[in-house]
Every structure is written in C-alpha cells, then in structure tokens.
Design a protein around this ligand. Structure first.
Ligand SMILES: Cc1cc2nc3c(=O)[nH]c(=O)nc-3n(C[C@H](O)[C@H](O)[C@H](O)COP(=O)(O)O)c2cc1C
Length: 335
C-alpha cells in the first residue's frame, strides 16, 4: 500500500468548508494545499437537517458565539462547536465531484491526491474501498480513503476507536476488501487511514494500540497506513449567556452538546499526536504508520507545533472556516 506524500504537508480535513464541488475545486486549485479532503460521506448519504445539524464559531475566552450555521467569525472566535453529523452527499456524489475537478486539470506530471472521507458500519467501509478502487482509473490524481471512526454527534454511537473489538471489526473488514481485490487482480494499493477522536486518558490509547497490535499479530500487517488525530472533542456545550440555560446549538439529541474544535482543543490534539507517535514508535510493526495531525492549527506556529510532536502532515478545519483558503497561503508562504 502506498504511503502518503503531500507537498506542502498541509491539507484541509472534513468540515462544512469542503462540502460542495466549488469549495473542493478551490481547495484543489490552491497552490498552498498538498492534498484535499472531502467532507465525510456515507454510501447512501446522511439525512442532514440544518435545524439539528449545526456548527458555530465561538470565542473560547468569552464564550461569545457567532450565528449558528453561518461561516462568519467575529473577533477572537477561533474555536468551533458542531452537532453536524455527515454530508448529505453520497460517496458516489463526492467521486463525481472529484471527476469533474480531475477533468478540469491541465496535463502535468503531478496531481495532488484527494482524501475521500467515509463513514459507516464495517461492511460499508469494505464496500466503500471497492467503490473507490473501481473508480480510481477515471481520475488523474491518487485517491486515499479515510475512515472516520470518531464523530461524536450521532446518538447511540460510541466511537469504535474506543473499543478494541469494534475497531478490529473495521480493520478485518478493510483487510477482507483488500484480499478480495487482490484475488480478483484489481487491487490498486489505495492507501487507507483512520480518523480518531481525541483520547483523554492512557487506557484509551492502550485499547487503540492493542487493536492495531492484535491485527498485526493475526495477519502480519495492517490494512491501514495512516492515522488522522484528532477529530472534535465530544461532550462540549455552549450556552447562550444572555438566556441561561439555553444552548447555542440545537442537536439530534436535543441537548445541544456537540464536538468542540479550533484553538480550544489545540493542546489536547498536540498531546494526542505526541502520545500516539511515541506509542507507535515503541513497536516496529506500527512505527511506519504516518500521522495527519489536526486540531487548532490556524497559523505557522500551530503548524510547527503539530510537526514537532510527530505529525507527518498537518490538517486544518475550523481555521479554514474562520480565515478561508488564505490560511493555507499564510502558512505555506512561510515554510
Ligand atoms: C463544523 C465541523 C464539522 C466537522 N465534520 C467532520 C466530519 O464530517 N468528519 C470528520 O472526520 N471530521 C469532521 N470534523 C473534524 C475536523 O476535520 C477536525 O478533525 C477537527 O475539527 C479538529 O481540527 P480543527 O481544530 O482545525 O477544526 C468537523 C469539524 C468541524 C469544525
């Protein structure tokens, strides 16, 4: 399976600002992104309802929030909260967006890759890998599959990254898909990675790493080559300070509790990338795994901090919404 190479080592991660064809095209055509990630899709789409699937920017110091579902941040609103779920577009629709962008590219030697973010049950992820593999011949760029194991906003769902048996089901399903493709002679070595939620205590890291080790013990290797750390931090709540205890966001659960990101989680994301890198390095069978570090990066300082704790590549979501595409230029022009 191919390892990742992004130049510059900078990309967006799934968020509302990489949802549509136009946004993906702008990200792709920017000279300052080394790869582009789609918003997370499901094979059959997600029933997105803006009344309960929301995001908002807020100031972590004052707790002052902007307007929900509006991509305009006020002074100091460097963090985000969301209850947003997944994209209403299907995996097939994202592949057609990628084809449109591919067809628009002039002939040249190198095309930056697209990271296709997907989610679903293990069998759907196995199917998604086959769908992406079948499709890859139609586009000029390499495709990469990122399995989002970590969305905190779906009622009744615990992240499989917190549960060894659940995580093993995903890894086995992905391996099964690779084996089927190899048997059929159609395997194309499309890289697979998994996106993890923030871990907040050592036992969570231990469970996660033990699942990876168990997989290598069973099969002599892993079906994945990279990790993306971190997703948003669940269990977070923003209150409407003028109307307590009203919440700023609505949610599918009715509580308004969602996933926090941006500057407020930067130290936690750095701690996760640091700890995961150190733990992977302890095991020769895991040490080749690459890491896309993400969480609260919005400038060159954040980029450098993320790289210094072991990120091979650095991802950005909230700051893309806050600053727009120029966040990539700001960082890349100083590299
Ligand atoms: C509004 C919003 C929606 C998001 N949706 C997704 C998603 O569908 N899939 C996913 O893997 N991550 C999603 N994320 C998480 C981001 O990709 C990123 O991992 C996280 O926000 C931390 O980065 P940041 O601090 O730069 O925002 C979302 C983040 C935000 C702010």
């Amino acid at each position: 399976m191919k390892s990742l190479f992004f130049n510059p080592p900078l990309l967006n991660t799934p968020c509302p600002w990489c949802r549509d064809l136009d946004q993906l095209r702008d990200l792709y055509n920017s000279a300052h992104t080394g790869a582009v990630t789609t918003r997370t899709s499901m094979i059959d789409g997600f029933p997105d309802d803006p009344k309960v699937n929301q995001f908002v920017f807020f100031n972590p110091l004052t707790q002052q929030a902007a307007t929900p579902n509006v991509s305009e941040a006020g002074e100091g609103q460097t963090s985000s909260l969301n209850t947003i779920g997944f994209s209403p577009y299907t995996l097939g629709e994202y592949l057609s967006f990628i084809k449109t962008i591919s067809d628009e590219q002039e002939e040249r030697d190198h095309y930056k890759p697209f990271v296709v973010s997907v989610t679903g049950v293990p069998e759907e992820m196995a199917e998604a890998y086959k769908i992406i593999t079948d499709f890859e011949d139609q586009v000029k760029m390499d495709l990469i599959m990122e399995v989002n194991l970590s969305c905190p906003n779906i009622p009744g769902k615990v992240s499989p990254a917190y549960d060894k048996d659940e995580l093993l089901l995903y890894l086995e399903a992905l391996k099964g898909s690779i084996d089927d493709l190899k048997e059929a002679g159609t395997y194309k070595e499309i890289a697979i990675g998994i996106k993890t939620p923030p871990f907040t205590y050592q036992e969570q890291y231990d469970v996660f790493i033990s699942a990876l080790l168990e997989m290598t013990k069973r099969h002599g290797g892993l079906p994945i080559t990279f990790l993306v750390s971190t997703n948003t931090l669940g269990s977070s709540l923003l209150l409407d300070t003028d109307n307590l205890p009203d919440t700023v966001l609505a949610s599918m659960t009715g509580t308004g509790i969602g996933g926090m990101a941006g500057s407020a989680i930067h130290p936690l994301s750095l701690g996760n990338v640091y700890t995961i890198r150190q733990m992977l390095n302890d095991y020769p069978e895991l040490s080749d795994l690459q890491i896309i570090g993400v969480g609260g990066v919005s400038d060159l300082g954040g980029f450098k901090r993320m790289k210094s704790v072991g990120a091979d590549f650095v991802g950005i979501a909230t700051a893309l919404g806050v600053k727009g595409l120029s966040v990539f230029e700001e960082i890349n022009s100083q590299l």
